[in-house]
Design a protein around this ligand. Structure first.
Ligand SMILES: [Zn+2]
Length: 164
């Protein structure tokens, strides 16, 4: 992708280490093809935007999640300390399907190396995801339990709509 001239002060966007790139490739490969394609297109648009690309680098924090790990997350905020992060037990989440997996979670790598779950950045990324493929559902649109890092596509499996 060629860089375009802009009036912004010269500033480097956050970049991934080779190891982080390899992890991203592995996680993207776990996703069902049309979800992976939507993410790839949204990422390309993000990185092609002179403002967004400096705000943070989208990363997939999780795609496939084992039922055992799902149960650990379910325990958080219930029988273990921490906030509630899911309403799904092991086997119930779209993250537990596959691979190929019809769900993935997104965050942003910042220039200082930290990771952000900014609701503003996630809502901007969600627009690009839904633009890339109208089948994409964003957890930030859910009423009962907003799960802003979460994106999924419908599956034929019963009870397909997610929530973590
Ligand atoms: Zn999720």
């Amino acid at each position: 992708m060629s860089r375009t001239t802009s009036t912004l002060p010269p500033k480097q966007p956050p970049t991934l280490t080779p190891k982080q790139v390899a992890t991203q490739v592995l996680r993207l490969a776990q996703a069902v093809p049309h979800l992976a394609a939507a993410y790839t297109q949204a990422l390309a648009r993000w990185l092609g935007d002179p403002v967004l690309r400096l705000a943070g680098r989208p990363i997939i924090t999780e795609c496939y999640r084992s039922p055992e790990r799902q149960n650990e997350l379910y325990a958080q905020g219930r029988t273990k300390p921490g906030p509630v992060v899911t309403y799904k037990r092991g086997g119930e989440s779209n993250h537990n399907q596959g691979p190929p997996t019809p769900a993935l979670d997104v965050a942003f790598l910042l220039a200082d190396g930290s990771v952000s779950w900014s609701g503003l950045l996630l809502s901007k990324f969600a627009r690009l995801m839904k633009y890339a493929d109208a089948r994409v559902r964003w957890g930030g649109d859910w009423v009962r339990f907003k799960d802003r890092p979460h994106f999924e596509v419908p599956t034929t499996k019963k009870g397909g709509v997610g929530r973590g």
